[in-house]
Design a protein around this ligand. Structure first.
Ligand code: HPA
Ligand code: ZN
Length: 336
């Protein structure tokens, strides 16, 4: 195969760290605002896009929650999810494990059923028309209370068959994983798996705490694990995957420049690193752009790209047989 750009787009990959609310493009913000007769603080799509300049995680979250407020009914969630799946398909995504934040919507009076209903119908359609398989991960907002998270979990339990795992997102600093230990224990007792954002802005201790207290299967971001050699050794030994999001990390100033990102060191250090887009409408690109940006800035090799794509299946919640089938397809494409 010719250029690395073409190979990166073509290689089958799973996306494991994607907030569906973070795929809300400015065009759709304006479209939904018009539909629901809402006034926006921005005069145009361009003006809104220009506002996507962030100093840190919190300054992003403020804009992100405001953007999400135009999502009002089931068809909005359907349209949002369908648009993501079409873009992911163009980037070679064959399997997507999608986060959603029900509290962002139920707090505004949107029924939980409208949120999950719209997302699920679009995912079912995406499987039919694009062949993309999926899992759903319900994230709790860590800046809200553990009681609020427990109420949300109870709302979700009638839909537990459609949900694979729970996760933890929003403002990390000062909201350690321990705060949610009993909510995660309850979720696990109901048969759900667990993941958590940790070590994005928060310290490596939060990564260890997510493993020890929340019993997570993988860590979202986790890049600050590098500050603790004993933790790194544990992540390698236990094959704990990290869902790394390169463009997000640079946009939110976790690293000043892509050239400074530690993805290549973590990968070569033996960690199961994956590449993901996080909130692509806000951070300047979908998953292929994240692979390309890391490839260009860090000088990744073709073998590195093959490893990252393979890791995305290995780290997924797919059954062993489906993982193996995709791992074979990655190897076949590499050999072409
Ligand atoms: N970190 C924490 N919360 C989030 C993120 C993130 O990168 N994206 C959406 N919610
Ligand atoms: Zn995230």
């Amino acid at each position: 195969m010719g250029s690395m750009d073409a190979f990166i787009r073509a290689v089958p990959k799973a996306e494991l760290h994607l907030h569906i609310e973070g795929t809300l493009e400015p065009e759709m913000v304006f479209e939904l605002a018009r539909k629901h007769h809402l006034s926006l603080h921005y005069s145009s799509v361009e003006a809104l896009r220009q506002a996507y300049c962030f100093a840190d995680l919190q300054s992003f979250l403020d804009v992100y929650y405001q953007g999400a407020s135009v999502l009002r009914d089931e068809s909005d969630f359907h349209a949002l999810t369908s648009a993501y799946l079409r873009r992911a398909h163009a980037d070679g995504v064959v399997h997507a494990e999608i986060f959603f934040d029900p509290q962002t919507h139920t707090a505004r009076g949107v029924p939980f059923e409208a949120v999950i209903g719209g997302i699920r119908s679009a995912l079912a359609e995406g499987k039919q028309t694009l062949g993309i398989t999926h899992r759903l991960i319900l994230c709790f907002l860590r800046h809200l209370s553990a009681e609020d998270a427990m109420t949300t979990l109870e709302q979700a339990l009638p839909h537990a068959g459609a949900i694979t795992a729970v996760g933890l997102d929003s403002s990390e600093a000062g909201h350690r994983p321990a705060k949610f230990a009993s909510v995660f224990a309850r979720a696990r007792s109901e048969g759900l798996l667990a993941v958590a954002h940790a070590g994005e802005e928060g310290p490596p201790e939060y990564v260890a705490e997510a493993l020890d207290l929340l019993k997570v299967s993988r860590i979202d971001h986790g890049v600050r694990s590098e500050e603790d050699p004993a933790l790194l050794a544990r992540l390698v030994r236990d094959r704990v995957p990290l869902t790394v999001c390169p463009l997000s990390n640079v946009r939110l100033r976790v690293f000043d420049r892509m050239e400074d990102h530690n993805l290549k060191r973590l990968l070569h250090g033996g960690l199961c690193v994956t590449v993901n887009s996080d909130d692509p409408a806000y951070f300047g690109g979908y998953v292929a752009e994240n692979y390309l940006a890391a490839y260009r800035a860090l000088g990744l090799s073709r073998a590195d790209i093959v490893q990252l794509a393979s890791n995305s299946f290995e780290a997924s919640f797919l059954p062993r047989g489906e993982k193996d089938a995709w791992l074979r397809r990655v190897r076949e494409l590499d050999a072409d």
